[in-house]
Ligand binder design. Structure first.
Ligand code: SF4
Ligand code: SF4
Length: 124
């Protein structure tokens, strides 16, 4: 069991870094920080309205966790990048727990969800 958990953890890190590299390459969100300190992006042109606002893991230095769900699930606007969307979808499909990923979730939150789903399936 220990080996499986560490494999899943490593797989999560690899998927996260792969997704981040794709986002860095394609820059679908085009986030801009303005003089007022507020940020705009490809979907929100009003400073302070980007999707991270209001998230418990958001800080003035950006995201404080490794949220794979956020890296793989872009909003409708960023999703217009077909090639990128296909590549991100492939990463998600290759993960055994791809359907359990959600936005605004740390790696720890995600693994708690995976553990909960596993226990629920064993109870059946
Ligand atoms: S996912 Fe959409 S709303 Fe969030 S930063 Fe990117 S473009 Fe903006
Ligand atoms: S967890 Fe997601 S929504 Fe929250 S700050 Fe990080 S990237 Fe943004």
């Amino acid at each position: 069991m220990k080996v499986i958990v560490s494999d899943l953890s490593e797989q999560y890190n690899e998927a996260y870094h792969e997704a981040q590299a794709l986002l860095d390459e394609h820059n679908p969100c085009q986030i801009k920080i303005h003089d007022c300190g507020g940020a705009t992006c490809a979907a929100r042109d009003e400073p302070g309205q980007v999707c991270c606002i209001g998230c418990d893991y958001h800080s003035d230095k950006g995201c404080t966790v490794q949220c794979l769900g956020c890296k793989l699930h872009l909003c409708y606007n960023a999703g217009h990048h077909d090639e990128l969307r296909t590549k991100l979808h492939r990463i998600s499909k290759n993960l055994p727990y791809g359907s359990l990923l959600s936005i605004r979730a740390s790696k720890e939150d995600t693994f708690k969800r995976i553990a909960g789903a596993t226990i629920a399936s064993l109870d059946r």
